[in-house]
Design a protein around this ligand. Structure first.
Ligand code: GDP
Length: 296
């Protein structure tokens, strides 16, 4: 239900009056295809992805009778993109499993870590957050509040400490305390792009030094309302760090939820979580089937 209401703006773009397109007609005609193409582009599925989907719909048009069949066909074609994605990385066999969380400031990184920590703690996992975004005192305070609420441990240094040192101490503490899962927060200031990537790479190396094989996951948080900008951020982080999973936030705030399809089809990185609101339960594990059902 949260997913459905979260995606309502996007669903509106995609489906409003779609039944009327078929009034007095049985099969899909050119006018409908044009109308659909516009809807997909308006929802931010990206031009390339849209054209590819439309080509497939066009090829099967003689077998599409009525609006319901058309929606089903669209769901199937979109689902195919998600099914082609690689499997998410499995949880590490040994403890702790380390997730390094990256993303540009403002995308919802802090809240996403907080929500994930809460989810894991609820499942009975022992959770630790390493507050390695030492550049933003406010972010550390925010994350400390989330950690306390979730009953998670937090490792923090004073402002402007060396982020890699915080990450190292976090892993160290997690190993000695028998922690199940560690979330390493990282900085996201974009005005010093090169330094930022170097800083995060250093965190990555430092984690690996203390815990060979770690970090097991590099989770990139993207803000769906930034549309194609999110796509270019993803490319930048992926080139520098090798992103293994995506979290896409604020889908509830946008009519452009098609960006999910656009990002998945162009990046080939598994989408793990989507955010459809500000409360803990609004961060959901991505389920492709449920997602397409909510879109149409
Ligand atoms: P950070 O700078 O990346 O750490 O971003 P924050 O975690 O501080 O989030 C920025 C704002 O986005 C906050 O007001 C969050 O409540 C909000 N936010 C995060 N995720 C979502 C979401 O899925 N939906 C909505 N509507 N707001 C979100």
């Amino acid at each position: 239900a949260r997913l459905k209401s979260g995606l309502s703006k996007t669903r509106q773009i995609l489906t409003t009056d779609i039944d009327e397109l078929f009034l007095g007609k049985k099969l899909v005609d050119d006018e409908m295809l044009e109308d659909l193409e516009e809807r997909l582009i308006t929802s931010d599925m990206g031009v390339q992805t849209t054209l590819a989907i439309m080509e497939k719909i066009s090829a099967r048009r003689s077998r599409i009778a009525g609006a319901a069949a058309l929606k089903t066909a669209l769901k199937e074609e979109i689902l195919a993109y998600f099914e082609a994605l690689p499997e998410p990385v499995p949880e590490a066999a040994a403890r702790p499993h380390v997730v390094m969380v990256v993303g540009v400031n403002g995308v919802g990184k802090t809240t996403t870590i907080g929500k994930l920590a809460a989810h894991e703690a609820r499942k009975g996992k022992k959770v630790l957050i390493a507050a390695a975004d030492t550049f933003r005192a406010a972010a550390i305070e925010q994350i400390a509040i989330w950690a306390e609420r979730a009953g998670a441990d937090i490792v923090r240094h004073k402002d402007n400490a060396d982020p890699a040192a915080v990450a190292y101490d976090g892993i160290d503490a997690a190993i000695s305390r028998g922690t199940d899962i560690v979330f390493v927060d990282t900085a996201g200031r974009l005005h010093t792009k090169v330094n930022l990537m170097e800083e995060i790479k250093k965190i990555q190396r430092t984690v690996a030094k203390r815990l060979p094989g770690g970090p097991h996951e590099v989770l990139l948080v993207l803000d769906a309302t930034t549309g194609q900008n999110a796509l270019s951020q993803a490319k930048m982080f992926n080139e520098a760090l090798g992103v293994t999973g995506l979290a896409l936030t604020k889908l509830d705030g946008t009519a452009r939820g098609g960006i999910v399809v656009s990002i998945c089809s162009s990046l080939n990185i598994p989408l793990k979580y989507i955010g459809v609101g500000e409360s803990v339960d609004d961060l959901q594990e991505f389920d492709a089937q449920q997602f397409v059902e909510a879109l149409f």
